[in-house]
Design a protein around this ligand. Structure first.
Ligand code: HEM
Length: 148
């Protein structure tokens, strides 16, 4: 069985992929846009490479933060506008740390990649479409943080 993370996949009983030296292929986000690693810096220190970033507890915490937001969107699917203010503010915070709007697409592609890799045939075109729409709705709301 596979465990799905937002940025990649890992075997159920394996160590977390960030802990293994041959894990890079699991981490779609940085394959697609390696320079994103430089936006994650904690205590004013930039990571020197992707592996260092993947090994950090702060980056793992960020993955949990992303998944918490996705989970909240799923739970509030019928009333996504209740998350408007939160997501606009979240977008504003990302703009402030130097994230470009286009980079959210890379996270979306990584999410779909992880789901597809983990679910295989069960990830039907309809399921893909539904996840894609959900993620786009989140990003649309976050992108308001670039206007106001
Ligand atoms: C916070 C970077 C995408 C959710 C942060 C922080 C950074 C960051 C540097 C502040 C430090 C931290 O809390 O770890 C990025 C980059 C992204 C990205 C480079 C790629 C484009 C996302 C996405 C979501 C998200 C797609 C949710 C759908 C969050 C949350 C926080 C956060 C919930 C905490 C905000 C707070 O403290 O109030 N992000 N992020 N991030 N990010 Fe992201």
């Amino acid at each position: 069985t596979l465990r799905i993370c937002v940025y990649g996949i890992a075997e159920e009983n394996d160590k977390h992929p960030c802990m293994t030296s041959d894990s890079k292929e699991h981490w779609r986000l940085f394959q697609l846009e390696p320079e994103l690693v430089f936006l994650f810096h904690y205590n004013s220190a930039e990571f020197s490479d992707v592996q260092e970033c993947l090994s950090s507890t702060e980056f793992m915490d960020h993955i949990r933060k992303v998944m918490t937001v996705i989970d909240a969107a799923v739970v509030n699917l019928d009333s996504l506008s209740s998350l408007d203010e939160y997501l606009t503010n979240l977008g504003r915070k990302h703009r402030a740390v130097g994230v470009k709007l286009e980079s959210f697409k890379t996270v979306g592609e990584s999410l779909l990649f992880a789901l597809e890799s983990g679910l295989g045939d069960a990830f039907t075109p309809d399921a893909r479409d539904a996840w894609s729409q959900l993620y786009s709705s989140v990003v649309r709301r976050m992108s308001r943080g670039w206007c106001r």
